[in-house]
Design a protein around this ligand. Structure first.
Ligand code: SAH
Length: 398
């Protein structure tokens, strides 16, 4: 057996490892033994050759190493991957999220000790994204572990995100195990029947991070006129209608997402109170404002406006713009549920942006609740980057 290649860090650069942060950037690397294959496991050592961790080597990424384990006695092999998958499943069991008709995020990357691996479960179907060189390297072992531990009807891959390019990986999607049905897969969340198109939907087919926030927003919905902007398949709108909203209007630029929303509204018996607008949100909000439309609840759940530090300024302007428009459309006493899923925008910054929007539209606004991602998207304490979703539930006083 050949010995594992060693990667030596520059002096002082082991500090973040001692705090157990799982990433090492390219600038921290002093030297590498040979040319380890992309994704393979290396031994990370300090200048004084002290063992620090086992990590996955990613030669084309700025994040050059992602740590598997800080324990020198650990073997990084298929059995290790199975243990990590089992550990992630255990949390979802504790959260009571494993019933066969439900859905949950089963594995959330660094936060579950499996950097670069996302697995979402929709009913008895699993959808995986391998987003790092290390995750990709262990793909077969990880898929076998999922199959063995959960016996799903199918495992499907949707490794299509842009981040794969940074890892030197091509997009890849397709069936890994079992068979998919020809119809969208049905599952239920919080009393709402949902549909997901695993092959064509966004990301793994849908979004699970808002599942608890649907309930928070819906608790204000009785008798309300609701505007669900960036609705995707209408999770916010449909849960509000199920809690007695008078009407809901969905806005999304994806016609496919709105078609799924319509099917879901029918499935939940709320289609008669639901309307759909296939449009660009800022333009449509401006149009509604001109038409002097007013709502009791506005939801703003945009895609990530900031993907890199360079986009921070323009992204912040984008958030401010839509929040101003959203606030304009609310009646006094109305509720704005506003979100950002950009990791680069902290909760503090997001609150400041929304505060700026309220001043500029001259409205008096209170925070009544703060929201974050659902508990099946945990945040490893040493990896605060895992906390990406922030939301404010605001009330317009006057
Ligand atoms: N609230 C949804 C998730 C929203 S994801 C849920 O709970 O499931 C963001 C959505 O914004 C996607 O559906 C995407 O199609 C849509 N979108 C992105 N840019 C848009 C734009 N400029 N105008 C309208 N919709 C947009």
């Amino acid at each position: 057996m050949t010995s594992m290649p060693e990667v030596t860090l520059k002096a002082g650069r082991e500090k973040s490892i001692r705090r157990r942060h799982p990433w090492i950037f390219s600038g921290a690397v002093a030297g590498v033994d040979g040319a380890p294959p992309s994704g393979s496991t290396v031994r990370l050592v300090s200048q004084s050759r002290e063992f620090l961790a086992y990590a996955a080597w990613s030669p084309s990424s700025q994040i050059r190493l992602r740590i598997w384990s800080y324990d020198e006695k650990e073997s990084i092999d298929a059995a290790f991957m199975t243990r990590r998958v089992a550990r992630a499943i255990e949390l979802r069991r504790q959260l009571r999220l494993l019933d066969k008709s439900g859905a949950c995020r089963l594995i959330f990357s660094e936060s579950d000790g499996l950097p670069g691996l996302i697995v979402d479960r929709y009913g008895e179907y699993l959808v995986c994204q391998f987003l790092s060189a290390g995750g990709d390297y262990w793909r077969d072992a990880l898929v076998s572990a999922l199959d063995e531990l959960l016996s799903p009807r199918a495992i499907y891959e949707r490794s299509e995100a842009d981040v794969r390019k940074k890892e030197g990986l091509e997009s890849r999607s397709g069936l890994l195990r079992g068979d998919l049905p020809s119809e969208p897969v049905e599952f239920s969340i919080g009393g709402m029947r949902r549909l997901v198109n695993i092959e064509q939907g966004h990301k793994t087919g849908g979004y699970l991070d808002q599942s608890i926030n649907y309930q928070r927003v819906a608790s204000y919905a009785s008798g309300a006129r609701v505007l669900d902007a960036y609705s995707y398949s209408g999770g916010f709108a449909i849960s509000a209608l199920l809690k007695g909203a008078l009407s809901a209007t969905l806005i999304d630029s994806s016609a496919d997402a709105l078609a799924t929303a319509e099917q879901q509204a029918t499935l939940n018996g709320v289609a008669d109170r639901c309307g759909y607008t296939n449009a660009n949100v800022p333009e449509e909000l401006r149009r509604l404002r001109k038409a002097q439309e007013r709502f009791d609840i506005v939801v703003l759940d945009p895609p990530k406006f900031v993907s890199s530090a360079q986009q921070l300024k323009s992204g912040c302007r984008g958030y401010k713009d839509i929040n101003m428009l959203g606030l304009h459309l609310l009646k006094p006493g109305g509720i704005l549920a506003t979100f950002s899923c950009s990791g680069h925008v902290s909760s503090d910054l997001f609150q400041k942006i929304v505060a700026g929007a309220a001043v500029d539209v001259n409205r008096n606004v209170q925070i009544i609740e703060r929201m974050t991602q659902a508990p099946d998207h945990p945040v490893e304490l040493q990896f605060p980057e895992g906390e990406y979703l922030k939301g404010l539930l605001l009330r317009v006083v006057e």
